[in-house]
Design a protein around this ligand. Structure first.
Ligand code: PLP
Length: 368
């Protein structure tokens, strides 16, 4: 389709490919919706926390009113949990919103943004949407090569995106490496560390990035309620950064970017330690279940620190698409990652034990 609307850099964007919805697969393959298993969007297989459901029910009757534009209660809860002042917090319509706010607030057309090959595709999209030029630095062992990323920072670089853990590869950067990187980055370059999967890290691997936010005025840390907190459909996330950077993001934020149900649900979820630890435990067990099966089948996978695993399903560049199609026919939705330059691989979100088992059975059948 030829199109003459908008700037060339917007026309050049390849739109984000979301995981296929269950209803679409049911229609396309003539399957019963209730039998379809979706392991495609790194959602929480436990569903939503009961505490969040109740909070939303209580708040529904106020839905005729606009939400609190400043998200006072949610910011207070975040402030308490992370011991940061409220003017260090930006709320987002999902953490995706935060990533886009950063690009819009900080990058002018023609300036550069550094991120890693195989890192979350929204970094490239958000960069392109503002006319920035993305510098995708070659990955090392499917993860970020921070030394090479430091070298890639140019005079006109305004923003660096780092995902830790990374999606879709699941790789993890040690706190020591991140601190060394932060110390080497020029102070006018903002580093956004995207910690969407942080809550899945083993307690032994958890680090305190708020300490770094206190130390580095050019650091922004983003978090989400979409993964371990189980609220993906509500769209709520947040950023922590010192006041100067937070102020810049807030200037271009839509006033009502986080709806009122999302705000109350997020407060409840944030304080629901039991749900969070259940999510993490289920995930750790599911990871062992999936990777044991991959080992038995002799399939390579990238060790993952998130709620998903990247697995290599063949040696030819049609393998990911072929196996994906065959799984869809059996009612299993996973995520092809050819768009990330990984056509031999599929990304499998970790589900409930039965869902993982059904996927493994289907995969065995497909691979013969
Ligand atoms: C690394 C990473 N960052 C951010 C997001 C955005 O999530 P949300 O906008 O739901 O917070 C995702 C979602 O898959 C992700 O994988």
């Amino acid at each position: 389709m030829s199109n003459h609307f908008g700037p060339e850099y917007v026309r050049a964007i390849a739109p984000y490919q979301a995981g296929k919805p269950i209803s679409e697969v049911a229609r396309e393959f003539g399957l019963d919706e209730s039998k379809i298993i979706k392991l495609a969007s790194n959602e929480n297989p436990l569903g939503i926390p009961e505490s969040a459901r109740q909070a939303m029910l209580d708040a529904v009757s106020d839905i005729s009113r606009y939400p609190d534009a400043n998200g006072f209660d949610l910011k207070a809860a975040i402030s308490e949990k992370y011991s940061v002042p409220q003017d260090w917090i930006t709320l987002g319509n999902g953490s995706n919103d935060i990533l886009e706010l950063a690009a819009h607030a900080l990058v002018q057309p023609g300036q550069t943004v550094v991120f890693s090959q195989y890192s979350f595709i929204v970094y490239a999209l958000a960069t392109q949407a503002v006319g920035g030029r993305g510098i995708a630095v070659s990955a090392k062992d499917y993860g970020h090569d921070l030394k090479a990323m430091r070298q890639a920072i140019a005079d006109d670089t305004r923003l660096v995106f780092i995902a830790n853990p990374n999606n879709p590869t699941g790789t993890f950067l040690s706190p020591e490496d991140i601190v060394a990187f932060m110390q080497s980055v020029p102070p006018h370059v903002v580093v956004a560390i995207d910690e969407a999967y942080n809550e899945y890290l083993d307690p032994g691997l958890q680090y305190d990035s708020t300490d770094w936010v206190r130390q580095f005025p050019n650091l922004l840390v983003s978090r989400t309620f979409s993964k371990a907190y189980g609220l993906a459909g509500l769209r709520v996330g947040f950023a922590l950064a010192q006041p100067a950077l937070t102020d810049i993001l807030n200037r271009i934020r839509q006033p009502f970017n986080v709806n009122s149900l999302a705000q109350v649900a997020a407060v409840a979820a944030l304080n629901d330690r039991e749900f969070l630890s259940r999510s993490a435990k289920l995930n750790a067990d599911g990871y062992r279940q999936l990777t044991r099966a991959f080992d038995e089948l002799g399939l390579d996978y990238v060790p993952s620190y998130g709620n998903f695993v990247l697995v290599k399903v063949g040696d030819d560049n049609g393998a990911g698409a072929r196996v994906n199609q065959a799984l869809l026919k059996q009612g299993i939705i996973v995520r092809p990652v050819a768009g990330y330059g990984l056509p031999q691989w599929l990304r499998i979100s970790i589900g409930l034990p039965d869902e993982n088992a059904a996927f493994i059975e289907a995969l065995k059948k497909v691979l013969g």
